[in-house]
Every structure is written in structure tokens, then in C-alpha cells.
Design a protein around this ligand. Sequence first.
Ligand SMILES: Nc1ncnc2c1ncn2[C@@H]1O[C@H](COP(=O)(O)OP(=O)(O)OP(=O)(O)O)[C@@H](O)[C@H]1O
Ligand SMILES: Cc1ncc(COP(=O)(O)O)c(N)n1
Length: 259
Amino acid sequence: MKKVLIIAGFDPSGGAGVLLDIKVVRALNGYAASVVTSLTVQDTQRVYDLKPIDPHFFEYQLQKVVEDIKPDSVKIGLLGSSEIAVVLLRNLKKYSLKNIVCDPVLKSTSGFEFCKSEFVEFLKYDFFKACDVITPNKNEAELIFDVEIKNFDEDVLSCVQERMKRMGIKSCILKGGHLDGELAEDVLITQNEIYRVSAIKKGLPDEIHGTGCAFSSAFATFLAKGYNMYDALKQTKDFMIGLINASVKIGNGRLVLNP
Ligand SMILES: Nc1ncnc2c1ncn2[C@@H]1O[C@H](COP(=O)(O)OP(=O)(O)OP(=O)(O)O)[C@@H](O)[C@H]1O
Ligand SMILES: Cc1ncc(COP(=O)(O)O)c(N)n1
């Protein structure tokens, strides 16, 4: 069985973060281990607060789990503090971890700011280089690549590719769930290729919670199974369509996924 290490935050409502990630890995027949970066107060309506885990305790957990379990891939979600990001970066390098998928969770869909601006700079110029692929949504990609994204036209994608090269980012999947239009399109951009996948959009914009978390943990599971990035993206997209079609209302806010 392939082992996926989830490094992410805790959402007690289960709509996002490690609770969702673990269910996704399990639904795809993987084994999920998890090191939590931060606790949040949130429900299906919004995020109210965040408390990062002590970075030394985080590192202690991370090292014990990595040395024992030797993961086949790593999914990184909400980091919670720049101290945790620094510790994590050191350990990604120390253990030469492979198949590292980073979902750059900078701001919640409900508007909670997870990262201060100097932390974003550290992620952009130091952290993302150490990952195999980053999976920003529209807003995150605009911030990371300093470009306005209204659609995935060729000139926007070439601009992102050129900036990725300059920043040393190996691969990026731009997620298009928040773009206008009938299609939910995602684009994998590597140093020399651009590859698109799309599906018919379901429901209203921002009606479903946790799609970004589920996407990156599914993608990390397919990489752990040995799929290349293109096939992993196709498989992830199919899996996401099934999850979104089966989304459920469990509270007063957005629908959640229930893998
Ligand atoms: N309404 C939808 N219908 C179909 N697919 C969708 C829809 N919304 C998002 N997706 C797909 O779900 C995946 C996650 O994309 P999205 O752009 O929503 O990420 P995100 O903004 O990080 O997620 P979140 O809203 O949880 O923060 C992508 O494959 C995207 O195309
Ligand atoms: C612990 C945790 N991780 C990630 C998200 C982002 O998800 P969303 O953008 O759907 O709020 C979140 N709200 N909470």
C-alpha cells in the first residue's frame, strides 16, 4: 500500500484540512499519515481563528513519522506560521522527500488571511522551489506570480511559465474552479509543457468547501502510486467530479465533500 504524508491544518468541521485529506487518501486505497501544522476554529460558514502548533513539537512529530514510515508522497496544505514553514523546508531537504505536492493555502474562500505578506515572500522565493508541484487557485496564483488571471489564455499561461522558471518552481497546476464560465478547467504547467484538463462546472461559484484540499491530496496519492503528473491530473480530475457530484449539506454554510 502506498503511503501519503499529509502536512496540513485541522478543521474541526471536517470540510477541509487533514480530516478531509485523510478520507481522500483512504478512498483511493492509500495509507495516510499526518502531521498537523495548526488548529483552526471554523465551521462550514467561515474560519474564525488559527493557532499554530509549536514548531519544535511539529518537527519532533515530523521526523519520527518520516524516519519510520518513509512516505511515497507528501501533501502540504495550510502551514500556519512561517516558523513551521522554515522547519518543514529544512526537513524536506534533510530527508530528500519525494513527490511533494504543495497546496499554497494563503487565504480561505471565506476570506480569512492565513499568511502575512513576508511569509508569502518566503514561500515564493524559498519554499516552493523545494516542492515538485504547487497547486494554486486563481487568487493564490495571482499573488504568487504577480499576474492578473481572468482566464487561462495562452499569454497568461506563458507568463506564468516564464515566472516559474525565474523563481525555480518546477511544476504548477493552476486550478480554475473560481474562474467565470461553464467549465472547471485546470492547467498543469511544467518547465516546458502546458497541459489542460476540464469538466463541466457544477453548482454555484464558491458553493462547495474543501475542493482545493481534496484535489491536492488526491493528486499526491496518484503520484505515490507511480502515475506521472499528466496521468495523475487526469485521474484526480475524474475523482473530483465524482466527489463534487456527491457533495452534501451538513451545516448552515457551504456544501462539503464526503469521500
Ligand atoms: N463547481 C465546480 N464544478 C466542478 N469542478 C470544480 C468546481 N469547483 C472547483 N472544481 C474543481 O475542483 C478542484 C479544486 O479547484 P478550486 O479552484 O476550487 O480550488 P481551491 O480554490 O483551492 O478550493 P477551495 O474552494 O476549497 O479553496 C479543481 O479541479 C477545480 O477545477
Ligand atoms: C485547515 C484548513 N485548510 C485549508 C483550508 C482552505 O479551504 P477553503 O479555501 O475551502 O476554506 C481551510 N479552510 N482550513
